[in-house]
Ligand binder design. Sequence first.
Ligand SMILES: N[C@@H](CCC(=O)N[C@@H](CS)C(=O)NCC(=O)O)C(=O)O
Length: 273
Amino acid sequence: MSCCERHSKLLKLCLFCLVPEAMQRVAAANLAVGFEHIRCFFKSVTLQRLIIMVNLSYPGDFRVLKLHGFAISNYYNAVKHAMLYKGLEFEEIYVQPNQSAEMLEISPMGKVPVLETEYGMLTEANIIMEYLDEAYPEKPLYPSDPFAKAKVKQLLKMVELYIESPAHELVPALMGMELPDYKKENANTVLNRGLPALQRLAIFEPYVCGKEISAADIFAYHAIKLSKTLGKVVLKRNIVDEVEGLTAFMRLIDETDIAKKVIADNKAALTKF
Ligand SMILES: N[C@@H](CCC(=O)N[C@@H](CS)C(=O)NCC(=O)O)C(=O)O
């Protein structure tokens, strides 16, 4: 058997999803799969195809998307909401953010959410949503027009940086911790610019970027839910009232079945926490 015949036999077996078995069988049949043949085989397949082959040989394990995290996190809930909206099949894997070696292997900052795909792990809620929208184009969450798409990303980013982030700093207060005044002042200062910025940018017709629901709506909804609570409890201000159109927008999303489910899971998780 020539090198190429052996190589194509090996490749054929691999394509039948029997990568490990193929290696064993070929070796057992004394086909002398030497280094040269293996090198020849690996040269012929791209890394991506190799990953697909290996995944296919373990059906059911790698191919279902897995969302790691917990329902207390607004970032986790935004991604979960987007996945439910897109009708994706996925498994939820409960994990709290932490700095263990295992966690840092799947999430470089030890944060949640983490999306496990057949190709590897992804973190950062907006990046995960963008990936999912490209990989699963049904029920898009970003417009196809480049500028409209950039506007969705702009709004999402601005909510994250100038509303959610300053409010998020106050989370320890919800757990009964005393916060130094400078933290509250800092949150107020950023929110005092962030909320008018949202007012200038959001369209509310009825969604934040116009007539179609987008990733910005889903992200903003969960970010503002948390920020509203923190604003009320810690800063004694109602941030939703400060942006015209925001109350109606929050109600609109509140009324959807997906939001009801995600929020019910969030409440259940908070009670157990
Ligand atoms: N930029 C990240 C933020 C994620 C994040 O901060 N998640 C929180 C839970 S809501 C977390 O894991 N916190 C733990 C930590 O900050 O170490 C994203 O977009 O996913």
